[in-house]
Design a protein. Structure first.
Length: 78
C-alpha cells in the first residue's frame, strides 16, 4: 500500500475512533479507552486517562494532522 493510501486509511480510522473513544500513544503503541457511559463525550475521560498514564500522548487533544503524523511514524516504524 502506498504512503498516501496508508495515510488516508489511518486518518479515517483515527477520525472514526475519536468520535467515541480517547485514543492515545504510550511507549510506541496506540491504545484506546471508551467512556463507561454509552453516548458520553470521550473528552470527558481525557483527564482520567492523563492521570493514569502520565507519559501518554493523547491524540484527541492534538490538532488532527499532528495526530495523523504521529501515528504514521508509528506505522512506518513497524
Amino acid at each position: 500500500m502506498g504512503e498516501a493510501a496508508l495515510r488516508k486509511n489511518l486518518a479515517a480510522r483515527l477520525k472514526r475512533g475519536m468520535k467515541s473513544k480517547v485514543l492515545f500513544v504510550r511507549d510506541g503503541a496506540e491504545y484506546s479507552v471508551k467512556p463507561r457511559v454509552s453516548g458520553a463525550n470521550p473528552l470527558s475521560v481525557v483527564e482520567a486517562v492523563a492521570q493514569k498514564y502520565p507519559r501518554a500522548t493523547i491524540l484527541n487533544t492534538m490538532p488532527f494532522e499532528d495526530a495523523v503524523d504521529l501515528c504514521m511514524k508509528l506505522v512506518v516504524a513497524q
